[in-house]
Design a protein around this ligand. Structure first.
Ligand code: NAP
Length: 327
């Protein structure tokens, strides 16, 4: 890596590694993927590039109009395979919607090769949504989607030539997390005095989820990894605008000049979702930075006991779905 690449990487930008999905991803015909938040930002690029390679892609989104518009735009970019793109209703903040989305895929598909847990919000004002701090749903909604799909992922992993992947999109912002306490929802639901701390907690959970999931799949041919995609110009800055008004807008406009493009920003998750290199190098439970480079996350993010505590809390939350929905 060049000196410039190393400095850029430390600041959360691309290290300049050349990796191109058009050559780095093989033909995916016959394979099936779910991309959450596939209607916008790096999720949209991820869905588009997987589809270009022949993969059937479920765009798991909360807004049908936006999802159908994204499907239209992807079809325009790679025409001829309209049946390969499907809108899957999914709202991170509603456990029942995750359950229903997982059931739909189980009923319709014989296989599931890739899940990219990408949807998320950043730096939103403090609010409890269905009984849980709104940004913590960045983790909990994905847990609720992935867990019931594990039998289908495991079944697929036994097929000849299978390269099954779960990708958890985190952020270098996981380093803003408070001293973590995943012993109860009350502990998670604290305000912590800063929206960035709460975002950090959710993004730390994205990494620990990948760790705990990989542990459960350690004997399977399934690779689970997490990543910081980069500092990218996307709609994610809607959160800072809602929290900080003028200063949020300022951040948004600086990002439009200084940040990475969504295409560059989607590369690391595309690599983890579909590059054969991940299986060849047997990357399991690792954290990556752009572009497609293994890195060391914070000490909390390497804490396996914490990962187990989070898993337990998430399972308990799922059991309380009805109670949370009426909170
Ligand atoms: N951009 C960056 O610099 C950056 C840096 C580090 C990490 N990340 C991570 O990258 C991921 C993608 O972000 P992005 O930059 O592409 O942002 P984005 O353009 O705002 O896209 C976020 C996607 O998540 C969806 N989403 C948000 N809340 C949802 C919910 N409750 N249920 C279902 N879908 C929901 C959005 O849907 P709607 O269109 O309906 O809102 C949208 O499709 C996030 O997990 C983010 O934390 C981004």
């Amino acid at each position: 890596m060049t000196l410039l690449g190393s400095i850029a990487s430390k600041a959360g930008f691309s290290n300049g590694r050349a990796w191109d999905p058009s050559t780095g991803i093989p033909d995916l015909t016959g394979k099936v993927a779910i991309v959450t938040g596939g209607n916008d930002g790096i999720g949209f690029i991820t869905a588009r590039e997987l589809h270009k390679k022949g993969c059937k892609v479920y765009l798991a989104c909360r807004n049908e109009e936006k999802a159908q518009d994204a499907i239209k735009r992807i079809n325009e970019a790679s025409p001829g395979k309209p049946e390969g793109l499907v809108f899957l209703p999914f709202d991170l903040t509603e456990l029942k919607s995750a359950e229903k989305a997982a059931k739909t895929v189980q009923e319709k598909e014989q296989r599931l090769d890739i899940i990219v847990c990408n949807a998320g919000i950043m730096a939103w004002p403090y609010e409890l949504k269905n009984g849980v701090e709104c940004q913590f749903w960045n983790h909990l909604g994905h847990f609720a989607l992935v867990k019931p799909l594990l039998p289908l992922l495991i079944k697929t992993s036994k097929e000849p030539g299978a390269q099954v992947r779960v990708v958890s999109v985190s952020s270098m912002g996981h380093k803003f997390a408070p001293k973590p306490d995943f012993s109860s929802l009350d502990a998670v639901n604290q305000n912590f005095g800063s929206t960035w701390t709460r975002y950090g907690q959710s993004k730390l959970a994205n990494i620990l989820f990948a760790t705990a999931l990989q542990e459960r799949l350690k004997d399977e041919n399934i690779h689970v990894n997490s990543l910081h995609p980069g500092n990218i110009h996307t709609s994610l800055t809607r959160g800072p605008v809602a929290s900080y008004g003028f200063f949020g807008k300022l951040m948004q406009s600086i990002s439009s000049y200084a940040a990475m493009t969504p295409f560059e920003g989607a590369k690391t998750q595309l690599y983890l979702a579909a590059s054969p290199e991940v299986s060849e190098k047997d990357y399991r439970g690792k954290y990556f930075v752009p572009v497609a480079t293994p890195a060391t996350p914070s000490a909390y993010a390497q804490d396996r006991e914490l990962a187990e505590q989070l898993w337990k809390l998430s399972e308990e939350a799922i059991k309380k779905a009805d109670q949370l929905a009426s909170a």
